[in-house]
Ligand binder design. Structure first.
Ligand SMILES: [Zn+2]
Length: 391
């Protein structure tokens, strides 16, 4: 500690010794208990009512008979973020075969497999999308009255991921694609995540322009799946960083101008160009690529100059991109001519994927799919209804 520095208090919050805090905690517990009791009672009343109404329509799962009698209650415990809730489900006995069962479970929304309230699952999933499953489970335990295991959370996210589908491609939107490696699967280098989004200028927020993005596709593995998806969507305008060839898939494809400049550095290095000159070459290429009027002709000259100087790798790099460097100018309607809106998403992706463990390919895909659905697509079609998804 430095001289004059204040020591930190033992706890940041007020300790629970003060009367008002104790009283508040006590009242919360009592209120919860009463609500839980009333809720359980109300649910019993509903079941009695339904059983008398539906009696003749209910069937024994074993013999199909509808001669049923009521036979007490079975208790069920649900985990909620306010603690465990005890509920009672109606039990019946078949007079023909003697089988005991609970005929109203599905009807009241309590199938046997349901162990958590939706709100606890929703909260846990939202934390689990941001942090490792172990950390998320610990946080849920600390901040709510409920618990979920790391494995339970992984399974819930898997269920949500399986139920999600990607929206189609609205006409006229600019598609941006990118991929990155994540530490997943068997290979030492990891596996590739492929992402495709649409992006367009959004409304100004606090005076700053925003970008409206939608997730079109995400998967972990070979690029062919992305090819198949995009081929089916037939994008009119697509921007990419040159990692793959998209000229056959998109009607008009644009190479990211920022990447062309950035990548040039590597090729200049391969051609043996000294460090300080590389930077100046990049600057002049940027000037060429951002020249909307004469850029295309100037690029051709630039490539010729590289060839004359014997800088083969650099010339080849730009020659390969020459036809796609000014598509945005020639064809119009491009919302972007760089992949920067998707780069922002890739950083978010790496932040979640890079948690120090090796994932399974399916595991990391599930988390990323749900994460980007929440980030980009939630509210687009319908908000995620866990009630429907998880039952
Ligand atoms: Zn029966």
């Amino acid at each position: 500690m430095l001289p004059g520095e204040q020591s930190l208090p033992e706890t940041i919050l007020v300790p629970d010794g003060t009367a008002v805090n104790q009283l508040f905690a006590y009242l919360c517990r009592q209120a919860d208990k009463k609500v839980f009791r009333d809720q359980a009672y109300l649910l019993q009343e509903i079941q009695l009512h339904w059983f008398s109404k539906l009696r003749s329509a209910l069937q024994c799962p074993q013999c199909g008979s509808n001669k049923l009698i009521r036979k007490g209650w079975r208790s069920r415990r649900l985990k909620s973020s306010r603690g465990k809730i005890s509920l009672f489900v109606l039990q019946a006995r078949c007079k023909s075969c003697g089988r005991y069962f609970r005929p109203l479970n599905e009807l009241i929304g309590l199938p046997f497999a349901v162990r958590f309230t939706d709100e606890l699952v929703q909260k846990s999933v939202e934390v689990g999308l941001q942090l490792s499953f172990n950390k998320s489970a610990a946080i849920v335990k600390k901040l709510t009255g409920g618990t979920i295991s790391a494995e339970g959370l992984r399974r819930k996210i898997c269920q949500v991921a399986d139920s999600l589908s990607f929206p189609g491609l609205p006409a006229g939107k600019t598609v941006l694609v990118d991929s990155t490696k994540v530490k997943a699967g068997q290979k030492q280098r990891g596996a590739s995540v492929h992402l495709a989004i649409t992006a367009e200028e959004g409304s100004k927020k606090a005076g700053r322009p925003s970008i409206k993005k939608r997730l079109l596709h995400l998967h972990v593995g070979g690029v062919h799946r992305l090819y198949n998806v995009l081929s089916a969507l037939q994008p009119k305008r697509l921007v990419h960083d040159g990692g793959e060839d998209y000229t056959v898939i998109a009607k008009h494809s644009q190479r990211c101008r920022w990447h062309l400049v950035h990548q040039l550095k590597h090729y200049l290095w391969q051609d043996g160009v000294p460090h300080d000159i590389r930077g100046r070459c990049q600057e002049s290429l940027q000037d060429v690529l951002w020249d909307k009027r004469h850029g295309q002709e100037r690029l051709a000259t630039y490539i010729k100059d590289l060839e004359k100087l014997g800088l083969k790798q650099s010339a080849t790099h730009l020659k390969g991109a020459e036809k796609e460097a000014f598509t945005f100018k020639k064809k119009g309607g491009f919302a972007f001519s760089t992949t920067s809106p998707i780069e922002r998403e890739m950083r978010e992706l790496n932040r979640r994927a890079d948690v120090g463990v090796r994932w399974s390919e399916k595991g990391v895909e599930n988390v990323l799919k749900v994460l980007f659905h929440y980030r980009l697509n939630a509210g687009l079609i319908n908000p995620i209804r866990l009630t429907e998804l998880l039952r």
